[in-house]
Design a protein around this ligand. Structure first.
Ligand code: ATP
Ligand SMILES: Cc1cn([C@H]2C[C@H](O)[C@@H](COP(=O)(O)O)O2)c(=O)[nH]c1=O
Length: 215
């Protein structure tokens, strides 16, 4: 595989979607190689349909293992249809969330256990791991305040509606993962302004993959 696989992770409201939009423009201008931006769960039609089922607030009866399996199933299809073919063509792949989200949200947030969730994801991905992960760190209070602004409770998705302690477990697990895999995961303070966050993300990518950039 010759491409580069970069993921962006973080608790809800960390600013991933906003940062990725700006990063995409900067990278498109400056990378010598093709770039695709994609997301999980989703990125391709089958996975986007699974996303709708998982996030639908009407599906409150969903069992936590069912939820973990649906995320892994969406991931498998996304990998096969989109990520792997792009990497094989030397493309730079920037993905909003990947396995670390399942470890943090299902493993820790839902308390299924990080090992159990890692194991179903090992099956789904056959061990594909990002080359670099930018972890946008924000405390749940700040993140949830951001996403609640201008929205009613009913407009929030099923995961956003989870309790503050659920979101605290998610952030705690992300921080543990960042400590465990310092060679892959770079933590960015996402309480800073968006432009600063984007600049830091861009600099980390550029430093690590200087050979892929126009000089
Ligand atoms: N650094 C920032 N400072 C203040 N507000 C921000 C920042 N980044 C994003 N926001 C705002 O926070 C809200 C959530 O941002 P965004 O959708 O990008 O987060 P996200 O990490 O993708 O969230 P989710 O995982 O829940 O989809 C948006 O209203 C956005 O404008
Ligand atoms: C990939 C993945 C995601 N989640 C959660 C995290 C978010 O609450 C939603 C996705 O929505 P976003 O707008 O993309 O942030 O799903 C999860 O629990 N497990 C996962 O593997």
């Amino acid at each position: 595989m010759t491409g580069v696989f970069v993921t962006i992770e973080g608790p809800d409201g960390a600013g991933k979607t906003s940062a990725i939009k700006k990063l995409e423009r900067m990278l498109k201008k400056n990378l010598q190689v093709d770039l695709i931006v994609t997301r999980e769960p989703g990125g391709i039609p089958i996975a986007e349909k699974i996303r709708q089922i998982i996030l639908d607030p009407k599906n409150m009866e969903m069992d936590e293992r069912t939820e973990a399996l649906l995320y892994a199933a969406a991931r498998r299809q996304h990998l096969i249809e989109k990520i792997l073919p792009a990497l094989e063509k030397n493309t730079f792949v920037l993905c909003d969330r990947f396995v670390d989200s399942s470890l943090a949200y299902q493993g820790a947030g839902r308390k299924i256990g990080v090992e159990a969730v890692a194991s179903i994801n090992q099956f789904a991905t056959e061990g594909l791991t990002p080359d670099l992960t930018l972890y946008l760190d924000v405390d749940p209070e700040t993140g949830l305040n951001r996403i609640q602004k201008g929205r009613t409770q009913a407009e929030l998705d099923r995961l956003d509606q989870e309790s503050a302690v659920f979101h605290q477990r998610v952030q705690h697990e992300y921080l543990k993962l960042a400590e465990q895999f310092p060679e892959r995961i770079v933590t960015i303070n996402a309480r800073k302004g968006l432009d600063q966050v984007v600049t830091e993300c861009y600099q980390v990518i550029k430093q690590k993959y200087a050979d892929k950039f126009h000089s």
